[in-house]
Design a protein around this ligand. Sequence first.
Ligand code: CP
Length: 294
Amino acid sequence: MINLIRMSDLTTEQVYGLIHRALALKAGSPPLHRSDLFVSNLFFEHSTRTKHSFEVAEQKLGLRVINFDTDTSSVNKGESLYDTCQTMAAIGCQVLVIRHPKENYYTDELAGLTVPVINGGDGSGEHPSQCLLDLMTIYERFGRIEGLRVAIVGDIKHSRVARSNYHTLKRLGATVVFVGPEAFEDKTLGEMVDFDTVLPELDVCMLLRLQHERHFGTKLSDITSYHQAYGLTLERYKKLKQEAIVMHPAPVNRGAEIASQLVEADKSVIFEQMTNGVFMRQAILEHIITGNNL
Ligand code: CP
């Protein structure tokens, strides 16, 4: 069965295939149309972009979308994630999109599942659809990924976006550095470097959200000092190269990761990332549907 759980589920050829397909869909290529297929979105953690852009993508493919409401579901009677997913499969859902706060939920909870899964984010683990839409946005702007210099800035330790993007950007030949406070360093990925030193050399300045909900004791109370030390201030923005782009997976904490006036500045592609997310999620759904002969 073909799932999209981690970026390592995709070969480099498949990653570029998805980027080109998503760009073709954006340019007007007709999507696959399957009004006979049911798909369900199971979001056990809050989401605006991922949940609703999957819904838009599903509807553009003609799919029948069953939105799963965790608050009124039998999860509240103690039903496990595995039994919930098998139930959705048993009543006819042929693809599941799942977001869950537990890292690696698929390894621990979903072994033996008989329906393909697209991971919409697992705790601080991975976020493959965000990574792919980020790669699409970078490729769309530069026409390549190899040789680009990227800084991933902020809460590296708790970020599934950082993990998926770091490994894939490196695989595709980009140079990736990290910027942020020591408390947010993930030594398995790499050490932090000085923001102001790397800033003028960057092609991509990828900011991350401060994940307050995952800090558990490392919470930063002084947002102003975080912004001055690690945020994209107007002063730092001016030091970026002419052609550099500013990215953020959002939601954005304005005034923390980025000065509010820069969210829609010329170099910012933050809302373009969201637009691209719909086309990339269409491409991902096509990949899962055709790959599993559904
Ligand atoms: N970027 C992202 O995953 O946003 P949501 O949490 O709103 O889905």
